[in-house]
Write a protein that binds this ligand. Structure first.
Ligand SMILES: *Cc1c(COP(=O)(O)O)cnc(C)c1O
Length: 400
């Protein structure tokens, strides 16, 4: 099928662009020996897991469903090709009802508190898992996106130095009354931090300084350190040399295996959302109503918020015809943004939003009974194939 024949709305993921990203990530792994995992929460298009698993070392999950998806769609096909991949998980709080299943799939289990280590750690260890603790280096390196800052005051994500040491020094805070704290520390194989969001390696460098300052005393006893995600490694201006210096420093100084688990960087700028103009109206400005919705199909546009790139368009006022682009839902704020065009938009025109592979399909919803966009792949020869289409049953099936 040709690009122009795809139905709308439709997400299209471009295999060549994914491979371009994988090459960059593969280069970092090859030069440094670091291990890079896909953070599935950003991009779970499992049709491409076999491809991704040929370069990356595996994937990480936020919960039992993602870890199962990795086992079924990435680890299994790799095993069939004779390669072993890793299946990692982090959750702020594991539940008893899920834990046996998690043990079945995962190799690495990262906990968010000493209490969770006490509750589940021994079982994980006995099952032969590598276990880690997420730390909070309390080093904010970003402004503007407070909801993406796990180092903000009051954060529930990761153990601060104070809480880390509380258990070791047997303080009377309810954690350590009966615990053999040395044993608890000894059972950790690694430390994990995740504090970045769409950032360059200078922010990582600064974060590592905080990690060393606060947790450096414990690093020699560990096997690995996980730098989390938020590394925009495949962005054009990303300083890969600095990243590699950061990796080598932790490898050489502490003898650690270094993991990175980017989500965005794996599928950055590798996907599109094609939409059709349904109607144009006027209210003080030109407005176009599309068959796609910010609220349903690109929720990060409203949550983050950001203005997605739109192929062939300009900033408002830059080209002759400026439109506000919005979705067909009832939400007044279902606005994708203001864009300008060389010619007036016509009913039936197709528009292409860019960088739509990440945090899109994984976050979409059927609010207002909106149909979900189809999912297509563009193969390397330019041919497009639809890998999934949705209908009324997908809307109805989630409700009762
Ligand atoms: C979100 C997340 C990632 C991936 O983040 P990106 O910004 O998509 O690179 C990795 N690890 C953890 C623990 C996360 O919460």
């Amino acid at each position: 099928m040709k690009w122009s024949e795809l139905p709308t709305p439709c997400y299209v993921v471009d295999e060549a662009l994914i491979e371009k990203n994988l090459e960059i990530l593969g280069g970092v792994m090859e030069r440094t020996g670091a291990k890079i995992l896909l953070a599935q929460k950003a991009f779970s298009l499992y049709a491409l897991y076999p491809l991704i698993g040929r370069t990356l070392c595996g994937a990480t999950a936020s919960g039992v469903y993602e870890t199962r998806l990795c086992a079924e769609e990435m680890v299994k096909p790799a095993v069939a090709e004779g390669r072993k991949l890793e299946n990692h998980i982090f959750s702020p709080a594991y539940q008893e009802k899920d834990f046996e299943e998690i043990l079945r799939y995962c190799d690495h289990i990262v906990f968010n508190s000493w209490k969770q280590v006490k509750r589940f750690g021994c079982r994980a260890k006995a099952a032969g898992k590598s276990i880690g603790l997420r730390i909070n280096p309390e080093c904010s390196t970003q402004e503007g996106h407070a909801i993406y800052d796990p180092c903000a005051p009051g954060s529930r994500l990761g153990v601060t130095r104070e809480n880390f040491q509380a258990i070791l020094h047997d303080r009377e805070d309810g954690y350590s009354e009966n615990a053999d704290s040395a044993e608890l520390l000894a059972c950790l194989d690694g430390l994990h931090f995740h504090t970045l969001c769409e950032q360059n390696s200078d922010a990582l460098e600064k974060t590592l300084e905080a990690v060393e300052e606060k947790f450096g005393a414990y690093l020699p006893g560990m096997k690995w350190i996980n730098f989390g995600g938020g590394h925009h490694i495949t962005r054009e201006d990303y300083d890969i040399h600095r990243l590699e210096r950061c990796i080598r420093r932790m490898q050489e100084k502490y003898g650690l295996t270094v993991y990175l688990e980017p989500g965005e960087a794996v599928a950055l700028n590798a996907g599109f959302l094609i939409t059709t103009v349904l109607e144009t109206v006027h209210n003080g400005m030109a407005i176009a109503i599309l068959d796609t919705s910010a609220a349903c199909h690109m929720p990060d546009v409203l949550e983050m918020p950001y203005r997605p790139p739109l192929r062939g368009s300009g900033e408002p006022g830059e080209k002759a015809y400026t439109y506000r682009l919005g979705g067909p839902t009832c939400l007044a704020g279902d606005i994708i943004g203001d864009y300008s065009f060389e010619a007036p938009l016509q009913e039936g025109d197709r528009l292409v939003f860019e960088d739509m592979a990440i945090y899109s399909m994984v976050k979409n919803n059927t609010f207002n009974g909106m149909p979900l966009p189809a999912i297509a792949l563009r193969r390397k020869d330019g041919e497009c194939v639809i890998v999934k289409e949705f209908g009324y049953e997908d809307f109805k099936g989630r409700l009762s």
